[in-house]
Design a protein around this ligand. Structure first.
Ligand code: PGA
Length: 312
């Protein structure tokens, strides 16, 4: 007898969490029920799917093959439901999106307008850093991923949706505020508050300075754009952040962008998915929405781009 969809769904959850207990929590089942579904699946397929080394669970080779097949099968069934709903004039189904944390400043606006126009859609939004989004993208875990420029070498389809300029921020009373065309060497003598390793923002800033033989003196490393802005306001140093993060503080004049030669560093937001993936009806519609409205949503938050320094 072939594997059932229910077994595949349970198996994928265990594989994702590497834990029966956490899969049981996610699926609102008991742990023994999850265990028995996986056991039955193993019997049907004639292969052990997991092995335990120490306390950790690992997928066996057969388990890895089953992950790919299970994802394809469940995606195909979901697409079928969406197409049928579409035939009735209803756009409904699930939209799974992973975004880098900096995209949270404009993406919710776009999701809001999309969900208003398509009330039957359920959205699962994962907000994390660039490294994790890239891992999810290469493992085909979401319908769409939104991040700064996708690195070459990944076999994905990537489409630009908006500008994403990186700026250097200082507190309004910092001595460099108001200076024109500040050389990068001068800025690199100031203490910097940087995002965590794995962040696209940090990578872009470090690359810029490294290309000029400079490194940024790090005073502190923080895993959130909001915490970084508060640290700059607290006088702890300068920061390089996407201009999208500035909507409120920029308007209030607490934070200023410095006029550093080479900045704003012009980057772009892209939406991406693995090449060869069959996009669902809903994902295709959301892609169109992103391409049509992405730039306007970004500008609604932080003003036209690349504009004059914020707060000046
Ligand atoms: P981050 O990515 O939120 O991981 O820093 C943002 C970007 O790449 O611009």
């Amino acid at each position: 007898m072939p594997a059932s969809l229910r077994q595949l769904r349970v198996f994928l959850s265990v594989a994702r969490h590497e834990s029966y207990t956490r899969a049981a929590e996610e699926l609102h089942l008991t742990q023994p029920a999850v265990f028995s579904q996986v056991k039955q699946l193993e019997e049907r397929l004639g292969h052990p799917l997991f092995e335990r080394i120490g306390k950790r669970m690992f997928l066996t080779e057969a388990g890895k093959v089953t992950v790919d097949g299970a994802r394809e099968a469940l995606d195909a069934v979901e697409r079928m439901h969406m197409r049928l709903a579409d035939m009735k004039g209803l756009r409904q189904g699930k939209l799974r999106i992973a975004i880098v944390s900096t995209a949270q400043y404009f993406l919710p606006r776009l999701l809001g307008s999309f969900c208003d126009a398509n009330p039957g859609i359920e959205v699962a939004l994962m907000v994390t850093n660039r490294q994790t989004v890239l891992e999810r993208l290469s493992q085909n875990e979401d319908d769409l991923c939104i991040l700064g420029t996708v690195p070459g070498g990944l076999d994905v389809v990537a489409t630009v949706i908006a500008d994403n300029p990186l700026v250097i921020l200082a507190r309004h009373d910092h001595p460099l505020v108001g200076e024109r065309n500040i050389p990068p060497e001068r800025v690199a003598r100031e203490p910097f508050i940087l995002r965590e390793p794995g962040s696209g923002t940090r990578l872009a800033a470090e690359r810029f300075f490294k290309a000029r033989g400079l490194s940024l003196p790090m005073r502190m490393e923080l895993g959130s754009n909001e915490a970084i802005k508060q640290a700059v306001i607290g006088g702890l140093g300068l920061a390089a952040l996407s201009r999208d993060t500035l909507a409120l503080e920029g308007q209030l004049g607490v934070l200023k962008t410095l006029d550093v030669a080479g900045f704003p560093l012009l980057r772009q937001w892209q939406v991406a998915y693995p090449r060869g993936k069959h996009l669902s009806v809903v994902a295709e519609a959301f892609m169109d929405h992103l391409v049509a409205n992405g730039q306007a949503a970004v500008e609604a938050g932080s003003g036209p781009l690349p504009g004059p320094a914020v707060g000046e």
